[in-house]
Ligand binder design. Structure first.
Ligand code: TXA
Ligand code: MG
Length: 310
């Protein structure tokens, strides 16, 4: 059910949960002042309680009440990328953020979104926690139709149209004197390197404890089984591919975008994965012949997770 910004602000200030657009993906929002509403987010999403949430604020000054000291490089990074699709995990003043949000950690994640409606709302409500507005494990929502397909047509949602990036924010964590990437996202390691003057490492690996607790769960997955690259399996008639390539003549090709424009591929990736379910496909082969760097790296990682390979 579409609601206006003012209706959304009233609902949030009264302790209800509302879906809100951002420039990355839609979020499922609750006020930081309402722990019972935050609890409801976990049950609506079926989200494990050990996966902490991002606190969203209208501007950088709104995080000062939670932080004693900023890690080196934070101000340069925040000035370069906020408002925008980057989340910083920072050490917080003890007790300043409810433990349901931090999953009991001594750090918390913060983001200033670059989205007119989201910022207008944040100005009326104060800090909002927002995980992506999808059932845990499913592809994130990039339209109101995705939100309604996961949570029902009565669920309150602010209509912001399609999300510009279509992929979640990059999560940066300061650990052992260096910034590391806890989750790849809409801002690439290369862009971050320009500010930091070193390439932040991506903390992942099956054997290792991931820096972002959320990384240990399956994500972004359609019900269809995805085959990534290699030979097209004989019984698989659906191909996720690129507009500028030729594929088997009798295949049902679903286009991800063009190989010259990773932004366009990112923008429709989750819609494409959700489309596989909407039309009831059981298998799909994905053309993985694209670069490993920049935004392509995030797209590749999302597909690997969606296929259950990570
Ligand atoms: O683009 C986005 O970031 C979207 C929009 C709505 O802002 N939000 C989003 O939230 O993707 P969520 O909950 O789906 O992902 C948050 C990620 C998870 O991987 C979580 O483990 C990590 O951030 N995270 C949150 N707090 C953390 C902390 N204190 N330490 C390490 N990782 C943390
Ligand atoms: Mg998520």
């Amino acid at each position: 059910m579409k609601v206006t910004i003012q209706q959304a602000a009233n609902l949030l200030n009264d302790g209800f949960v509302v879906a809100v657009p951002t420039e990355t993906v839609y979020g499922l929002a609750a006020s930081l002042r309402h722990p019972q509403a935050i609890q409801k987010i976990f049950s609506y999403k079926n989200r494990p309680l050990d996966n902490p949430l991002i606190t969203h604020v209208a501007d950088i000054s709104a995080i000062s009440e939670f932080i004693d000291q900023y890690p080196p490089g934070f101000m340069e990074l925040a000035t370069a990328f906020w408002p925008g699709p980057i989340t910083f995990v920072l050490p917080i003043k003890e007790g300043s953020i409810p433990s349901i949000v931090t999953a009991g950690l001594s750090t918390a994640a913060f983001r200033v979104p670059n989205h007119v409606e989201a910022v207008k709302l944040l100005k009326k409500t104060g800090p909002l926690v927002m995980p992506s507005a999808n059932i845990s494990g499913r592809p994130s929502s990039t339209t109101t139709a995705h939100v309604e397909s996961d949570f029902g047509s009565e669920f309150p949602v602010v209509d912001g149209g399609g999300c510009k990036h279509g992929l979640e924010s990059t999560v940066l964590i300061f650990r052992d004197g260096r910034w590391i990437i806890g989750r790849l996202g809409a801002i690439s390691a290369r862009d971050i390197e320009k500010i930091l003057r070193y390439q932040p490492e991506f903390s992942i690996g099956k054997s290792q404890k991931p820096a972002c607790p959320g990384q240990k769960y399956r994500h972004y997955a359609p019900r269809a089984q995805l085959f990534l690259g290699g030979e097209v399996p004989t019984n698989c008639r659906c191909i996720l591919g690129f507009d500028d390539r030729k594929y088997l003549r009798d295949a049902n090709v679903i286009f991800l975008g063009t190989t010259s424009d990773p932004m366009s591929v990112a923008n429709r990736l989750y819609d494409t994965l959700r489309h596989l379910d909407a039309v009831g496909l059981e298998t799909a082969w994905v053309d993985m012949d694209f670069p490993h760097e920049g935004l392509w790296r995030t797209i590749r990682e999302r597909l690997e997770k969606a296929a259950g390979e990570l």
